[in-house]
Every structure is written in structure tokens, then in C-alpha cells.
Design a binder for this molecule. Structure first.
Ligand SMILES: [Zn+2]
Length: 221
């Protein structure tokens, strides 16, 4: 499952009236971040519903796939494959910063390029869906956390920065626990791609913070 956010803001109130995102906007963000994005993402389109499903803001599907949550629609893996990015009109809450929108878009770019073996990072499978998810999500959150620290996206709000750190740490810890149970020596291999979360948080702390306050009526998690 290539979901962006497992924990979802359930406070619909003001959010329902906020600006909606379109495939063209997401394609423009992808192009601004990565002129090569079309090598890995063949198109961006809406999912079957206007509102994102619970626990999913956006996700990759194979060509013609409709629902990123369904295994039969899930993205393909292999050198040179191109998957499609499914988005939802309400995937960004109105209070999200422009930096967050770029970060989320870049997160999906990472997944697409990783699955197409466009990075020198293994596309490993562990025969456990949770572990596969932890591994791939940890990699993608590490990617955006590093780039956030380099101020690629512009300022995030304090809540958004904390969310990036929390999501990375969650998946890092999950994958590390799996490796330690199965074969601790394997961390010498996989750990090369997954920096210590504390070091990433310290790096990100030097990047600028947006003034945008988080929503008054609910938290992000
Ligand atoms: Zn993801």
C-alpha cells in the first residue's frame, strides 16, 4: 500500500470548503520538482471518489488501476515501469502550507522512481505487508525529510514538520524492529538507506518555519 498518510484528519468542518486540488496542479508540482517525473509517473488523475478514502490521501496504481488500496490495482515494480498517480480533490486540507503540498507530491515521486529502480536503493520484499510498507514508507519519508532539511519545499508549519518526523520514525522503528527480530546483521545493508531519525530531526530544525498555525479545531493525527 502506497498510502501517504495512515492517520487522517477527521475534522471535516472548515476543510470541506477549502480549495480543491486538480491533476494539473499536481503535475505542475511534479514538473517543478523533477523535470524527469514522466519517466516514472505516466499520469495523474482523480480516484473514483472526490473525497479521499480514510487512511489514504494519494497513491500509485498500475496503468488503468483505480484504487491504490486494492492489490490488483497496485503499482508495478521493475526497471523502467511507469505507474499512475491517483489523487483526490480533498487530499490537502486548506491549512496546509505550499511546502507541504510539494513535500507530499515529492513523496509520491520517490515511490514511483524507487519502484522503477530509478534509485540505487533495493526494492526489497519481506513477505509481510506491514514490513514491506514500513520499509518503503521509511525510505520515502527519509527522502522528503532530507529535502525538507535542505529547504527544497519552502517553509513548513511546525505541525507539519513534526508530522514528517513522526511518520519517518514510525516506519523506521517498525522496519528496524523487523530486522532485529529476523537478522540483525542485515541492518548493515538496509541502514545505509535509513538515517537515524534524531539526526534528521536535528537537521530539519535549522530550516525555516512557516507562520501558518495548525487548525484550531483538530490535530493532524
Ligand atoms: Zn508513501
Amino acid at each position: 500500500m502506497f498510502c501517504l498518510a495512515a492517520a487522517v484528519c477527521l475534522c471535516r468542518g472548515a476543510g470541506a470548503a477549502g480549495p480543491e486540488v486538480t491533476p494539473a496542479q499536481v503535475e505542475a508540482m511534479l514538473a517543478s520538482l523533477h523535470p524527469d517525473y514522466a519517466l516514472y509517473i505516466s499520469g495523474v488523475r482523480y480516484g473514483a471518489t472526490r473525497l479521499h478514502p480514510a487512511a489514504l490521501y494519494a497513491g500509485l496504481v498500475r496503468a488503468g488501476g483505480r484504487d491504490p488500496r486494492m492489490p490488483e490495482d497496485g503499482p508495478r515494480t521493475g526497471r523502467g515501469v511507469r505507474n499512475e498517480l491517483v489523487i483526490y480533490a480533498d487530499m490537502f486540507e486548506p491549512w496546509r502550507t505550499p511546502g507541504w503540498r510539494l513535500l507530499v507530491t515529492d513523496h509520491e515521486y520517490f515511490h514511483a522512481r524507487h519502484l522503477a529502480r530509478g534509485f540505487d536503493i533495493p526494492v526489497a520484499g519481506f513477505d509481510q505487508m506491514k514490513t514491506d510498507t514500513d520499509y518503503r514508507e521509511a525510505l520515502a519519508w527519509a527522502w522528503v525529510a532530507r529535502r525538507e532539511a535542505d529547504n527544497v519545499y519552502g517553509p513548513l508549519s511546525a505541525a507539519e514538520r513534526a508530522e514528517v518526523a513522526a511518520r519517518y520514525r514510525e516506519h523506521y522503528d517498525g522496519f528496524l524492529a523487523f530486522v532485529n527480530r529476523r537478522q540483525p546483521s542485515a541492518w548493515a545493508h538496509y541502514g545505509r538507506f535509513l538515517p537515524d531519525p534524531d539526526s534528521l530531526v536535528r537537521r530539519a530544525a535549522a530550516a525555516p518555519i512557516a507562520e501558518t498555525p495548525p487548525p484550531a479545531d483538530g490535530a493532524t493525527r
